[in-house]
Design a protein around this ligand. Structure first.
Ligand SMILES: *Cc1c(COP(=O)(O)O)cnc(C)c1O
Length: 232
């Protein structure tokens, strides 16, 4: 067994344990393997071990790997910050984007999504910890943005994403995830039907699962430490 295969199995086991503790059924969670900074070979190994959904943060790096791995049935998710001049590549090559935080970006993605593809699945990124440095819409502007995004024809608004400030310990980690879940409930009382909470990474995915995560985004625990400036 390769290291990636055994790490992937350990992550899937830990997810199953957290789902059990949360009294949730196994099929209501998806593991997104975050492969930024990781080679196409490593992605291929994870694929052979059964992983199908991969998340990338930097568009040029992602496009190179998507090209190399085009004959695998990988579902690609874009999870990084979005600049306006990158929306066409995202709209063309990805099944999901988790990091929409303003209407202008959503409008461009909808306009540029090829008609031959199903609508692009979208999560709105929420700045749930209120940190200045983090991207994401402030909770106060969320309902309005969600309603506008939901009306765009080539997008399918699926849910919310957050990257909370790092916290130690399960109880502290649960707080921002609880908040994100509450925000989704609120939006769903306004006539929308979101079904996705993209939350939880290597250090806090168990807490996220206890608070209702439906997608956890895990990189380091699968592929090892990134030796990576991440500036592409
Ligand atoms: C890098 C990244 C992850 C994965 O983080 P790990 O701590 O390596 O699991 C998840 N989500 C986003 C948005 C990321 O940029």
């Amino acid at each position: 067994m390769t290291a990636i295969t055994s790490h992937l199995q350990a992550v899937n086991d830990a997810i199953a344990s957290a789902m059990c503790m949360a009294h949730r059924s196994k099929d209501s969670i998806e593991l997104l393997a975050v492969s930024k900074g990781v080679s196409a070979v490593a992605i291929c190994e994870a694929y052979q071990a059964g992983q199908r959904a991969f998340g990338e943060s930097y568009i040029q790096e992602a496009l190179d790997k998507i090209k190399l791995l085009h004959d695998l049935s990988i579902q690609w998710h874009f999870i990084g910050p979005v600049q306006s001049n990158k929306t066409r590549a995202i709209a063309t090559h990805f099944a999901w984007i988790h990091s929409v935080d303003r209407l202008k970006i959503a409008e461009r993605l909808s306009a540029q999504r090829p008609a031959s593809l199903p609508p692009l699945n979208v999560c709105i990124q929420v700045n749930v910890s209120g940190e200045d440095s983090k991207s994401g819409v402030a909770p106060g502007g969320l309902v309005e943005l969600a309603q506008a995004v939901a009306s765009l024809p080539q997008l399918k608004l699926r849910g919310l994403m957050a990257i909370p400030a790092p916290a130690e310990g399960l109880e502290a980690q649960r707080i921002p995830f609880f908040k994100l879940h509450e925000l989704m409930r609120q939006i769903n009382t306004q006539g929308l039907a979101l079904d996705t909470l993209s939350m939880g990474m290597t250090h806090d995915f168990s807490a996220a699962i206890l608070e209702g995560a439906t997608i956890v985004r895990v990189g380091t625990a699968i592929f090892g430490e990134r030796n990576y400036g991440g500036n592409q």
